[in-house]
Design a binder for this molecule. Structure first.
Ligand code: SAM
Ligand code: SF4
Length: 355
């Protein structure tokens, strides 16, 4: 396979047909560099915008990828130009083998050198696991926290675990992992009165606060565009307190970044009101071996038969994984169509896709 150096967010001329080598390019010229790997659909919280309180239909245990299977897909993806793996879920720290996953993924070489391994977590158990994760090669952390008020946290996540999350964030703050990012979904009437407090909390922990527009990925299918807190409203709330200046150089990153009084930074991920699909360089692997080319796609590309087909040699199964990766990227639509009246929410909830 040829090693073609590419840059994040870069587009390349579109070939008339899908290529069998080179970087993972779609029919719109977008080069894919980032693979989000969901390790489980299970979670220690039940955030209202993500999971149902009860009655979740869990993925079948026997379909969950083993470490060997995850590493095989990741290795083939890296050879095809993926440079970052982001571990997510569900809650990735619920996997007992999480340190081994990080250790083996971080040993993979990409076409540009060692891959970057990042994780998005709710922070519970992080204080216990962090030293081992860093020693295993973890590069970056995003920790989700939607409120700094413990009672509100318990209502929003349906679990009384604020102190566990706070301890995890303190452990991350004391580590060398930088940049450290805290994620909050902005919700009207729930936490939109504490956006500045969240920024203060992030600053106090040496982290960057990132606000996310709520997306239609909740288990209850109750998302309402009319009540969603928009990027403009988030910025207006912050502007009451700080002078905001936009930072250039976004590349393929989902967050627009702003300087507050020329000193601190904040990110806003406006997937609904300012979609960034045109620069998307991301692919997703679910915990049960399905490749997805978009959070919102209706189609999945099944890797389980390739990974578990007993008639394939290692070399043949690598080639088959590469072909599935390329087919999945080639089928990617130009955008997510949330704003189209015909939009249908995906069958999987966010916890089973991997955020
Ligand atoms: N459990 C981990 C966590 O919460 O960080 C990782 C998985 S979670 C699905 C990843 C991210 O997706 C979190 O930052 C969460 O806030 C975000 N998320 C979940 N549901 C969402 C929704 N409906 N709209 C926007 N963001 C969402
Ligand atoms: Fe769990 Fe993360 Fe979903 Fe909250 S957002 S329920 S922590 S997977």
């Amino acid at each position: 396979m040829s090693a073609i150096p590419v840059q994040i967010g870069r587009r390349v001329p579109v070939a008339p047909e899908m290529r069998a080598d080179g970087p993972l390019v779609d029919t719109h010229g977008r080069v894919h560099r980032d693979l989000r790997i969901s390790l489980t659909d299970r979670c220690s919280l039940r955030c209202t915008y993500c999971m149902p309180e009860q009655g979740n239909e869990w993925l079948a245990r026997e379909s969950i990828l083993s470490v060997d299977e995850i590493v095989q897909v990741a290795r083939v993806a890296a050879a095809a130009g993926i440079t970052t793996f982001r571990l997510t879920g569900g809650e990735p720290l619920l996997r007992r083998d999480i340190v081994e996953v990080v250790r083996r993924l971080s040993a993979i070489e990409s076409i540009d050198g060692p891959v970057q391994v990042a994780m998005t977590t709710n922070g519970i158990r992080l204080d216990d696991a962090l030293d081992d994760l860093v020693a295993a090669g973890l590069h970056r952390l995003n920790i989700s926290i939607d409120t700094v008020r413990p009672e509100r946290f318990a209502a929003l996540t349906r679990r009384d675990r604020f102190e566990d999350v706070r301890r995890g964030i303190e452990a991350a703050a004391a580590s060398d992992l930088r940049p450290l990012k805290l994620n909050a979904v902005a919700m009207r009437g729930v936490n939109d009165d504490e956006l500045c407090d969240l920024v203060d909390f992030a600053i106090a922990h040496g982290a960057e606060m990132r606000f996310i527009e709520q997306m239609p990925l909740d288990a209850g299918h109750e998302w309402d565009r009319g009540t969603m807190v928009t990027r403009d409203e988030i910025l207006a709330a912050l502007a009451q307190r700080w002078q905001l200046s936009e930072m250039p150089g976004r590349g393929g990153a989902p967050a627009e970044r702003w300087l507050l009084d020329g000193e601190h930074t904040v990110g806003v991920i406006a997937s609904v009101t300012a979609p960034f699909c045109g620069d998307c360089d991301r692919l997703r692997l679910t915990a049960d071996g399905q490749l997805r080319n978009c959070l919102f796609s209706a189609d999945e590309f099944d890797l389980l038969p390739v990974l578990r087909g007993d008639r394939l040699s290692d070399g043949d199964s690598d080639a088959a994984i590469d072909a599935v990766l390329r087919g999945c990227v080639w089928a990617k639509l130009p955008g997510h169509a949330i704003n189209d009246p015909s939009f249908l929410q995906p069958a999987r909830g966010m916890n089973a896709i991997g955020g």
